[in-house]
Design a protein around this ligand. Structure first.
Ligand code: ADP
Length: 415
């Protein structure tokens, strides 16, 4: 190092010396001696004047005693050890002294600064970590706390609760799942209220009839066999209506709650339809109804025989109940595509208004102003819907007021 500095000095590149000394981490001193006094030409150290003189003295004594032009030696002072390299050279008739020293022991000052900055960095990181964890935990916990508060508001009487979880995807998913659950609860609650009010309405009418006709027999017609017979027939009819209603309710509630076990078997739908066509023709021809039946003969399907029969029976009963003057009813199976068919039951009756058709399968029980019919409990179509949904069949209705209705469902045959 010392040689390089000398080279620079001699070649008049003196200005490069400080940068070179700093970049190599050495203290460099250049001086000459006049009348036994060191005149500093360049001081590249951070030493005090006293320390510098001491260093020069040591170097002087070494170079004088060695009688050489350059010396290398180490010095240990106050636990700090330095490696020194010095040389003297005659330049332009003047003896110039070059001395470089570098520390062997670490600079305690620097390492202290390093330690302090390490502590600051560490402390800063801990503070940042605490702030970040606070921010993150807050952004997770506050929506959860909101949701918890919403959940506390949710009870059997209050479903007007909204779970508002924003931020993380999981929290958003949780809140939308909870909102979905609340919507379902709301729907179930509405359905329950609707069913309870409709059931009471449906039960009240036949019960009132039974009661009043029984009173009529007891008070007035008891001894008149003809009148008594008439009144008893009404009572029987109304009791049958009650029975139908209760059976349908039971069926519906079992289907809705999923406790109905389906018995899927393979059978020919054509045979079932043929059987129903014959039964209904026999039973209702006398009342002026005519039935048409048109279907391919091979309609093997895998389904629950009794439930599909229930669907067709409900649709046929409705077709009968809601026919007025034109009592023609047709049962038609037509091909939609390979293995896909549509069963349509068409009447020429009163039809369904556009306002009612949208909710026709969801009404659960008859509208209060609907006419009373001899058959049907008001949940026939709800049962149809549930069974067809459970079979994953598509279904629908096409209708025009005073022209008639066509109820249909699509099914798949086996090959
Ligand atoms: P119900 O026939 O016992 O009232 P449903 O659930 O079978 O109960 O039918 C619900 C309502 O849909 C009926 O009250 C009636 O207003 C209407 N509806 C059903 N089928 C027909 C049809 N073929 N023609 C006209 N209206 C119908």
């Amino acid at each position: 190092m010392c040689d390089t500095i000398i080279e620079k000095y001699v070649s008049d590149e003196k200005y490069d010396i400080p940068e070179m000394a700093i970049s190599n981490g050495v203290d460099a001193v250049i001086y000459r001696v006049e009348q036994e006094t060191a005149i500093i030409i360049y001081n590249g150290t951070r030493l005090t004047e006293e320390e510098l003189l001491k260093r020069i003295q040591i170097f002087n004594s070494k170079i004088v005693s060695s009688e050489l032009n350059s010396v290398n030696y180490t010095v240990k002072e106050q636990h700090i050890e330095t490696v020194n390299s010095g040389a003297k050279q005659e330049i332009n008739g003047e003896i110039i002294y070059f001395l470089t020293s570098s520390r062997l022991t670490p600079d305690l000052g620097a390492s202290r600064i390093l330690n302090i900055s390490t502590i600051f960095v560490l402390f800063g990181s801990v503070v940042i970590a605490i702030i970040l964890s606070f921010v993150f935990s807050n952004s997770i916990s506050s929506p959860l706390q909101n949701m918890c508060a919403s959940a506390k508001n949710l009870n059997s009487k209050n479903f007007e609760v909204n779970f508002n979880g924003t931020g993380y995807t999981e929290v958003e998913q949780l809140s939308s799942t909870l909102n979905f659950a609340v919507d379902e609860l709301k729907k179930t609650d509405e359905l329950r209220n609707e069913v309870v009010s409709n059931v009471s309405h449906e039960l009240r009418t036949p019960l009132t009839m039974i009661k009043s006709y029984a009173e009529l027999i007891k008070d007035i017609n008891g001894n008149n066999p003809v009148k008594r017979e008439e009144n008893l027939n009404v009572i029987l009819q109304e009791a049958e209506r009650l029975e139908t209603l209760l059976n349908d309710m039971l069926d519906f509630s079992k289907l809705k709650s999923g406790t109905t076990l389906y018995n899927f078997t393979e059978f020919n739908l054509y045979s079932l339809l043929q059987k129903l066509f014959e039964t209904y023709s026999t039973k209702y021809n006398a009342e002026g109804y005519t039935f048409k039946f048109n279907s391919p003969k091979n309609l093997k399907i895998t389904a629950d025989y009794n439930r599909i029969e229930q669907v067709v029976v409900n649709l046929l009963n409705n077709a009968i109940n809601y026919s007025k003057t034109n009592k023609e009813i047709s049962i038609t199976v037509s091909k939609l595509s390979t293995n896909y068919y549509r069963l349509a039951i068409k009447d020429n009756g009163i039809g369904i208004s556009e306002a009612n058709i949208k909710h026709i399968f969801d009404r659960h029980f008859r509208a209060t102003n609907a006419q009373r019919t001899t058959v049907g409990s008001g949940i026939g179509l709800s049962i149809v819907k549930q069974i067809l949904d459970d079979h994953k069949y598509q279904y629908g209705v096409i209708s025009k007021v005073n022209k008639g209705s066509t109820f249909y469902f699509d099914f798949k045959t086996n090959n």
